[in-house]
Design a protein around this ligand. Structure first.
Ligand code: ASN
Length: 355
């Protein structure tokens, strides 16, 4: 099985990495640059001077023609916002949560407004955040009538002693936190309703349909302090059973972040992702010395071999080396680093433009 060949190993010792560093580190770097001719000897300890990238996905699968442009445009815009947060000294956690919230508000994606519907025609959403500094995490599953499940997941992390709140308990917590309840209708798009109706037909195959058109959203980032974070949000799988919980809110499946290893946010067939604990499997390979790209490919290949799973991932290590990989036919993704925006949709694409 050949994987999506978007890869993001970026040069770590590029003297241009000085761009955007806080003023404090500039004299040190200047001195290093002046005292050496070879760029490879200029590389400062990357833990101290990470390249603060943010890498974002808008779902793996096959995006129908009319929606492909919208899908990549939304991911690019959200990535720029996340990057601006990092560049101004914001935390990786703020960057990934706000990036994902922007995508939840965009009806193009299967998250927040635009979520796919359950078999009963309702919206039940899952979300997860994880902080690589402390391994703190927060999740919500099967939550209804909130505009931004990712904000609620963060509140679970910040304000409770639990990791995951589900269904009505999550809604009660949202009310207690003063998060306004939105109507079910405001989360449902015509497109989601059409796909729901189409998949109610006895001959329909909702999983296959979903593999054709996904749209979960997620982001990983490294900030100026070298902290990593991951955030993922989804409406789940088309016409899922009431109460179905997918990979997204499950730590190690729908995301992971550990400052010592890396951060991952996946998208794809949740049941397959859960069976191989995809995010943690990728980090396991990185712990064994594999790059984000190699680790992603190994884990995606394993998932395909063992359970025929299709998925995509964005991954970053503490040095800022990143990858966007998928074994589905497409994944809309974008990454910002060193004032460059990288993005793509089909296998092999890596377009660049200034941020
Ligand atoms: N579109 C997706 O990525 C679906 C999500 N992983 C789920 O199974 O809930």
């Amino acid at each position: 099985m050949v994987h999506g060949c978007i890869g993001g190993s970026r040069k770590r010792c590029n003297p241009f990495m000085v761009a955007g560093r806080p003023p404090l580190v500039l004299p040190f770097l200047k001195q290093l640059i002046l005292s050496s001719r070879s760029p490879t000897t200029l590389c400062p300890p990357s833990r101290l001077y990470p390249l603060f990238p943010v890498i974002v996905h808008g779902g793996a699968g096959h995006t129908p023609k009319g929606r492909a442009e919208l899908s990549t445009a939304g991911v690019r815009e959200a990535t720029k916002k996340g990057y601006a947060i990092l560049k101004s000294g914001g935390s990786a956690m703020d960057a990934v949560v706000e990036t994902v919230a922007i995508l939840e508000n965009n009806p193009v994606y299967n998250a927040g407004r635009g979520s796919v519907l359950t078999v009963k025609g309702e919206v039940q959403m899952d979300a997860l955040v994880m902080d690589g500094r402390t391994l703190a995490c927060g999740a919500v599953s099967a939550v209804r009538r909130v505009a931004n499940p990712i904000h609620l997941a963060r509140l679970v992390m910040d304000k409770t002693s639990h990791v995951c709140l589900t269904a009505e308990g999550a809604s009660q917590f949202a009310r207690a936190m003063g998060i306004p309840e939105v109507t079910e209708e405001s989360l449902i798009t015509d497109y989601a309703r059409k796909r729901w109706r189409d998949n109610l037909n006895p001959g329909a195959n909702p999983v296959e349909c979903q593999m054709g058109k996904m749209g979960t959203v997620g982001a990983v980032a490294v900030d100026l302090q070298g902290n990593l974070a991951s955030a993922t949000s989804t409406g789940g799988m088309i016409n899922k059973m009431e109460g179905r919980v997918g990979d997204t809110p499950c730590v190690g499946c729908g995301g992971y972040a550990d400052n010592n290893i890396g951060a991952v946010s996946p998208t794809g067939h949740g049941e397959a992702i859960m069976k191989v604990t995809l995010s943690r499997l990728i980090l396991f390979h990185m712990e064994q010395g594999k790059s984000p790209e190699e680790a992603s490919d190994l884990a995606l290949a394993y998932m395909w071999e063992r359970v025929n799973g299709l998925a995509g991932v964005v991954v970053v290590d503490p040095k800022g080396t990143w990858a966007a990989r998928f074994n589905s036919s497409q994944m809309s993704w974008a990454a910002a680093q060193q004032d460059q925006l990288h993005y793509g949709l089909y296998k092999g694409e890596d377009f660049t433009e200034p941020v």
